[in-house]
Write a protein that binds this ligand. Sequence first.
Ligand code: PLP
Length: 440
Amino acid sequence: MSHLFYQGRQRKPMLAQARGVYMWDEGGKRYLDGSSGAMVCNIGHSNENVLEAMRRQMEKATFGYRLHFETEASERLAAKTVEKMPEGLNKVFFVSGGSEAVESAMKLARQHAVATGQGSRWKVISRRPSYHGCTLGALAVTGYAALSEPFAPMMREMPKIPAPRAYLDGRDPDDPATGAHYADMLEDCIAQEGADSVLAFLMEPVGGASTGALVPPTGYMERVAEICDRHGVLLIMDEVMTGAGRTGAFLGGDHWDMTPDIVVLSKGFAAGYAPLGGIVARDDLVAPVLDAGGFAHGFTYAGNPLACAAGHAVLEELDRQDLINNAAEKGAKLKSRLNALMQRHEIIGDVRGNGLLLAFEFMSDRATKAPLPKDWNAHLRFVEIAYENGLIVYSRRTRDGVEGDHILVCPPLTVTDTHLDEIIEMLDLSLRQYTAELPA
Ligand code: PLP
């Protein structure tokens, strides 16, 4: 009997080993990790250079509390992280995961407002659907009804605007009018809430689990940044899933001409080698907070030297193996092959994403965009079939967590053409098997 409990899921086989893009269970069955865990293991599993850097750090010290010591590992990772940021983002605060990082970004923004005489600003506008974490603060800005509803009385729900799902609304994503249409919803929301009460706007540059790799329409990002700027609203970019190269640029936001005020990182930051997250902010955001007595926030494991040593080695591997360019190149190939699968499989209604953050959505009718019947639980069943076939993919409800089904295909950035062949073959087989079991 196991003493663990999770989210009510069926128990899975015991993991025996993971190397590169593959994982093996105790029975010796091999799986291709087509979702990098939960879009985490960007550089693949068991990278020897990262393991060696971690061993070296372990020999020195595995823990040093931040009130007692600085550590070389956290200094080096902060410096390397800043090198990869847009100009001006040069102050780093480490945590151990994505939810902690989102909380930290919101609290830094709030403390900056208080320290600069803008204490009336406290609302963080975000989008629906979106996912920003499971702690109560992060959940309050998460637009995913299925996850937040039970906790509603315990949270101060924050304002939400619709995510720019042009494909569902029948709008052309390449038409700048579409980008403006959705961005202007932010302007309207700020006006409705009262600009002097709005602290920040929080978004993922490319949607992750909640929307299934939703890429914003042309002009959206630039206009959102301009609206935030004009209203003195801080722009917080949640790069937990998109960061560290996943979309074919170091940050998902690097694909557009805009600079956020705070960047939120986790997942690919230490790529699963250790729990690590962080926020990166402009000096002038941090300085007033420090001058006013310091950031009233922090976790015991913040800046953990082992996690930071892992993160530093991961960023070095991204450079050494040129993995961000590989993500762009292999991502383009994989996306066109997913589009080819869509030609063969009527059940796929949309393929989207950039770099190696890709997804397809099931629909019962491409013309009306109607989802599959909710009680088919298509996303869960499809993942199960793929798993049986030796392919790990990640799935969620597409429409506010309530209905709709998308499958994320996000292998490590180390994938080769041969791995892509394997992924497509197993997806094709799984789609045929899934379609065959559907009611006529
Ligand atoms: N933000 C985004 C965009 C995420 O995708 C996630 C996790 O999936 C989080 C925040 C929360 O991260 P964590 O699960 O590490 O707390």
